[in-house]
Design a protein around this ligand. Structure first.
Ligand SMILES: [Zn+2]
Length: 330
């Protein structure tokens, strides 16, 4: 009897304690994102010995595998052809497939469709298929995704549509992107700081890299809701680098805190948002949220400001800078 009489009081007390708490912590939204990494085997493959590329890839894929993140990596095969290192560089690509990830084409030489003739660019797409397709076939997979270097999709609509038709005929699905925190710019100066064992600068870079990505995610969520009425399945653009190898786990945590779960590129592309009208053309490549905004006659505003010191430091080191031009790495 005593126990029964206490129970309602206990329940009531429990309700008083938990109810206001629940009101203060709203349910996390169910956000979804597909992760993609460009410029394989490494953004800075020209400056890295094959052993460093292998070490970087091992570390990067270890985190992604442990956390069960589905990823498509986009390859520039030109980076494989360093005399004496070809086999090891191909092995670094093979590691992606051995660990259950997928590979796509990012052209042979990272060629911009905006800077070159369509025919040359098409040849570069074809030349970029050789090794990647061979590796995929060994894993009973097909080469099915393409990512435009620099996100350059063509300077005029005729070129853009012809290139798209070419890609479709070769069996590709274009992989758009919606989340882009310019990790390649942080990665360039991180590489230098790491080489010099400058831990203070590495920490500063990582702090700003995470904060800027968080700001970009928030901005993109708002923009997409404003433009298309909901938050679509997003696609994140990152690059194969030591910065990502060392810190991608923290970036994934930033996404988790925002309520994201990780899906395949195929799942992301099932979102009808990727069939929206898109007539964007321009000198500068950009993400698909911008494409849809500009197609609707809207000028995207309020984007977070990229940390100026990272651009200044990149210039000091004569790396590609935040100037959105053919020199950037996208
Ligand atoms: Zn790229």
């Amino acid at each position: 009897m005593r126990r029964l009489s206490i129970l309602p009081v206990t329940l009531l007390a429990f309700w008083f304690v938990t109810e206001p708490l629940r009101a203060q912590t709203p349910q996390k939204p169910d956000r979804q994102v597909a992760v993609t990494l460009d410029d394989l085997p490494a953004g800075m493959a020209d400056r890295m010995p094959a052993a460093d590329i292998t070490a970087m890839t091992t570390k990067l894929l270890g985190t992604l595998r442990d956390q069960k993140i589905p990823v498509v990596g986009f390859v520039n095969e030109k980076k494989l052809y360093k005399p004496g290192e070809v086999d090891e560089r191909i092995k670094a690509l093979q590691m992606w497939l051995d660990n259950g990830f997928e590979l796509g084409n990012h052209t042979f030489s990272h060629m911009s469709l905006n800077q070159r003739e369509l025919k040359d660019w098409e040849d570069d797409v074809v030349q970029g298929e050789t090794v990647t397709r061979m590796l995929l076939v060994q894993h009973k997979m097909k080469l099915r995704y393409f990512r435009h270097p620099y996100l350059d999709t063509g300077r005029d609509l005729e070129t853009r549509r012809k290139a798209e038709e070419f890609l479709t005929q070769r069996g590709y699905r274009i992989a758009p992107i919606t989340l882009d925190g310019w990790d390649w710019a942080f990665a360039g100066i991180y590489e230098d700081a790491k080489k010099r064992n400058d831990t203070a600068m590495q920490q500063q870079i990582v702090k700003d890299y995470l904060a800027y990505h968080d700001a970009v995610f928030a901005y993109t969520e708002q923009q997409s809701a404003k433009l298309v009425g909901y938050e679509p399945k997003q696609i994140l653009l990152l690059h194969a680098s030591n910065l990502e190898a060392d810190h991608i786990g923290e970036l994934l945590e930033v996404l988790r805190k925002r309520g994201y779960r990780f899906i395949t590129l195929q799942e992301a592309l099932s979102d009808p948002v990727y069939s929206l009208p898109d007539t964007y053309v321009g000198e500068e490549g950009t993400g698909w949220i911008d494409h849809w905004a500009i197609t609707q006659g809207k000028i995207p505003q309020g984007a977070p400001v990229f940390p100026q010191w990272v651009i200044d430091r990149s210039k000091e080191l004569r790396l590609s800078t935040g100037q959105v031009s053919a020199e950037t790495q996208y």
